[in-house]
Write a protein that binds this ligand. Structure first.
Ligand SMILES: C[S@@+](CC[C@H](N)C(=O)[O-])C[C@H]1O[C@@H](n2cnc3c(N)ncnc32)[C@H](O)[C@@H]1O
Length: 305
């Protein structure tokens, strides 16, 4: 469905001589939509409304009846729109991202959480609902902390641990998880949580999984603005997943479970890694677009564990 903007008039860009007070908020949205649509931005109307609302400090509903922006507001919107038109992710401009029910601070140097990961997080919550509290939950590759923040917000009765290797991403996660009780650690997942060996009920991970061989197919906006450590993982994209399978065997108690996101082309190769690593009940699951998206598995153990 195409996006539409109410009203007819379009006030051209400022270099044309219009003074600031001739430009209403609706005009500014229309102008921004034109700028973004001209470069093929995927969601020009939504992005324009978000950026105008951000600068004017108004919700989408309030924007409908907003008065004229001030000159500085006008300049700020145009600066943000031109950066968005140049490919800067919207979330880097707004400095926020939403994931399930939680809001996260994000920006350059941290992976922006994606909607497909929300489905795997829902699977994790369903498993947690079956466990006596408090269960012990570990997130590997925490990035902004999106998964852990959603889990601790929706199921606060459990104990959560998370690890992130990138110092920049770790700093975002520390901000986002402050005051939640999540035990966040900075480091490599390979040797993280020696204190939890064999005690973990659930491991959750969205690792880097894009094959290096697919580098050229990754959108330029993603390659330029998202950290490489968050995206790529060896020629077949599965180096981190192989590591995750080994770490899960170390951390999980017998009968404990793991879920790990993967690329849509890894719907057979990712589960095969968990089978080869000695897990049982290995299953693959689709995301909301019905593409293969995450694998779940169980460390063999007593029935009903
Ligand atoms: C795809 S991002 C996922 C971030 C977050 N969990 C999410 O879903 O939005 C992968 C994250 O793993 C981190 N990472 C990569 N290798 C790691 C390792 N060996 N140990 C810990 N974190 C790692 C990256 O820095 C990045 O933040």
């Amino acid at each position: 469905m195409s996006e539409s903007v109410p009203g007819e008039a379009f006030v051209p860009n400022p270099s044309t001589g219009f003074s600031a007070d001739t430009v209403s908020a609706a005009d500014l949205i229309r102008e921004s939509v034109r700028t973004l649509a001209a470069v093929g931005a995927p969601s020009p109307v939504a992005d324009a409304r978000t950026l105008v609302g951000l600068v004017l400090g108004l919700t989408p509903t309030q924007l409908l009846t907003a008065g004229n922006p001030t000159g500085p507001q006008l300049r700020r919107v145009r600066e943000l729109v031109s950066r968005r038109a140049a490919g800067v992710p919207l979330q880097h401009l707004t400095r926020e991202a939403w994931f399930r029910t939680v809001r996260l601070t994000v920006g350059p140097g941290v992976f922006v959480p994606r909607p497909e990961t929300e489905v795997m997080t829902g699977w994790a919550l369903a498993r947690l609902a079956e466990l006596p509290a408090p269960a012990t939950v570990v997130e590997l590759c925490a990035g902004s902390g999106a998964i852990s923040l959603a889990l601790v917000t929706e199921a606060p009765e459990h104990h959560y641990y998370a690890v992130e290797k990138s110092p920049t991403a770790y700093a975002y996660a520390a901000t986002n998880l402050a005051g939640t009780g999540v035990d966040l650690r900075e480091g490599d997942m390979a040797d993280a949580f020696a204190d939890l060996t064999g005690r973990v009920d659930l491991v959750v991970v969205n690792p880097p999984y894009i094959p290096l061989t697919a580098y050229e197919q990754v959108a330029e906006e993603v390659r330029r603005h998202e950290p490489e450590l968050a995206l790529f993982s060896g020629d077949d994209g599965l180096d981190a997943t192989r590591q995750v399978a080994r770490i899960g065997q170390r951390l999980l108690r017998p009968g404990g479970r793991i879920c790990s996101e993967h690329a849509e082309v890894q719907g057979e190769s990712a589960p095969a890694i968990f089978v080869a690593a000695g897990y049982d009940q290995v299953r693959d699951h689709p995301d909301l677009t019905r593409r293969p998206r995450f694998v779940t598995a169980r460390r063999p153990g007593p029935a009903g564990a």
